[in-house]
Ligand binder design. Structure first.
Ligand SMILES: [Zn+2]
Length: 106
């Protein structure tokens, strides 16, 4: 075994100074220990990210954060609630990872 094929990447997040609670990802790190920012994204699978924090954050307190997509900069959609004080919701980008279209009746 020489490690997993899929390399998990960590994107540090910095606040955008626009008063909108936007967070913008920086260049990703390969080791979680290298991330120094308060919030960061763990890329779980391609274009699906889990928001994580260095310090404990009360459940639900992150819900209003707007997280930008590391790939295209679009604000991502939150798809799950917080798991604990350090692991927060999942986010996905509808531009990079579009949801399956609803069945169309012909
Ligand atoms: Zn995107």
């Amino acid at each position: 075994m020489k490690g997993s094929l899929f390399l998990i990447r960590y994107h540090p997040l910095i606040p955008v100074d626009n008063g909108e609670m936007d967070y913008r990802p920086l260049f990703p790190a390969e080791n979680e220990e290298d991330v120094k920012s308060d919030f960061y994204l763990e890329e779980v699978v391609a274009a699906i990210f889990r928001l994580k924090s260095q310090r404990a954050i009360a459940p639900g307190a992150c819900e209003n954060l707007k997280i930008r997509c590391p790939l295209c900069g679009n604000i991502m959609r939150r798809t799950s609630s917080d798991r604990d004080s350090f692991k927060h919701g999942y986010y996905t980008c509808d531009k990079c990872n579009p949801p399956k279209p609803k069945e169309v009746k012909i």
